[in-house]
Design a protein around this ligand. Structure first.
Ligand SMILES: Nc1ncnc2c1ncn2[C@@H]1O[C@H](COP(=O)(O)OP(=O)(O)OP(=O)(O)O)[C@@H](O)[C@H]1O
Ligand SMILES: Nc1nc2c(c(=O)[nH]1)N=C(CO)CN2
Length: 132
């Protein structure tokens, strides 16, 4: 049985919806650093079960959802299947991901990233997510 848990959590950030249908309400984003002794796919399945428990139902791409738990990276692992791509293909361009990561650790350089999360966030430019 795989074991794991939450090591650290970022504060929450509010930002306007990026992409998806028009007129969405703002999103609230955070990141967590996890310890996990199991496989990336096993972890993704646990995250998806939590989304379902929270009441998430199928909807349009990037449309409103009650909970969205994405796996950004899993150590140094790389993976490209229809079910799981690691590292997540879009995290480096998303200020709503990078602002919480920088809040978690201002020095953070993620596996396979070309520079620090702080530099990636600067590259995104404004508007920056609002710290709650
Ligand atoms: N790293 C990953 N983290 C989460 N889901 C992933 C990942 N790689 C691939 N997927 C797959 O993406 C599918 C769609 O997930 P979801 O609807 O949550 O996408 P999204 O979060 O809205 O969009 P995005 O992938 O751009 O963040 C899932 O069924 C899942 O199998
Ligand atoms: N602000 C914000 N925009 C998004 C978000 C998100 O979490 N926050 N997630 C998306 C698909 O995962 C698409 N757009």
């Amino acid at each position: 049985m795989a074991e794991g848990g939450v090591l650290r959590c970022s504060p929450w950030f509010r930002s306007a919806a990026v992409g998806g249908p028009p007129n969405q309400t703002d999103y609230i984003n955070g990141v967590a650093l996890l310890h996990c002794s199991g496989s990336p796919m096993g972890l993704l399945q646990r995250l998806q079960a939590l989304e379902r428990q929270a009441g998430r139902r199928p909807g349009p791409r990037w449309g409103p959802r009650v909970l969205d738990l994405d796996l950004l990276w899993f150590g140094q692992r790389r993976c490209a299947t229809p079910e799981l791509v690691l590292p997540h293909p879009r995290w480096q361009q998303r200020s709503f991901v990078l602002a919480p990561l920088v809040a978690l650790d201002p020095q953070l350089v993620a596996p396979h990233a070309p520079c620090s999360c702080q530099d990636l966030l600067r590259n995104c430019g404004p508007p920056y997510p609002q710290l709650l």
